[in-house]
Design a protein around this ligand. Structure first.
Ligand code: FMN
Length: 201
């Protein structure tokens, strides 16, 4: 698959099979993530690939809390759904099945010292190029993946579940597995709408 094809067809794939993903492929994802740039090449990204059912269950419980506080408790959704409702439906599917998915990859940052407040956000951006490398590589390998953050809203709880040192922040949880849904092109605003040359107007 070309890089172009991966970029244009890298949907958030939430519906995943329970089939195990070979460890070699999981390592390939982390290798690709590890090639990403970071501010001052500080390389603060740290990765936990969670396969233990007990740990997955605890992360799934945290995700449920995050989803329910953000989107509200699950409602029956039938008939013609709007694009937003389709996302919400797949978020609920993921919420119900997260504990069964083959691997939950948690992208963390190690600040080297305990951090709080604004100091967290100043350096946290450096994790996202790595996450995108991981997502594109998953797509190229035929694996489904989706970046999520709701499970990590309660950092203290996530830290306990994952046994993270106090210098770590959990930034993103990415369930990975073989897709149940179909891969396809992403839907985005047209470039004419989101870009101007030189000045905005
Ligand atoms: C910073 C960030 C946080 C996200 N958090 C969540 C999340 O907590 N749960 C979730 O299901 N998806 C989450 N997503 C995935 C987005 O909902 C998804 O990328 C977006 O709807 C576009 O989907 P598409 O690429 O399939 O078109 C997140 C994406 C980003 C970039």
């Amino acid at each position: 698959m070309s890089l172009h094809e991966a970029i244009y067809n890298c949907r958030a794939m939430r519906r995943l099979d329970t089939r195990e993903v070979p460890e070699s492929l999981l390592l390939e994802l982390i290798e690709a993530a590890n090639q990403a740039p970071s501010g001052s090449n500080a390389q603060m990204a740290r990765w936990i690939v969670v396969r233990d059912p007990a740990v997955k269950k605890q992360l799934a419980d945290l995700n449920r809390k995050g989803v329910e506080s953000y989107v509200g408790p699950q409602q029956p959704m039938e008939g013609e759904l709007s694009p937003h409702d389709r996302i919400v439906k797949s978020v609920y599917w993921q919420m119900e099945h997260m504990h069964e998915l083959p691997a939950l990859i948690v992208a963390c940052l190690d600040y080297g010292e305990k951090v709080e407040g604004d100091a967290i956000y100043r350096k946290a951006n450096s994790i996202w190029p790595a996450i995108q490398n991981l997502l594109l590589t998953a797509r190229a390998l035929g694996l489904g993946a989706a970046p999520t953050t709701l499970a990590l809203r309660d950092q203290e709880a996530a830290r306990k579940v994952l046994n993270l040192p106090e210098t770590f922040i959990g930034a993103c949880l990415i369930p990975v597995g073989y897709p149940l849904g179909k891969f396809g092109p992403v839907t985005r605003r047209p470039v004419e709408e989101i870009m101007r040359f030189d000045r905005w107007s």
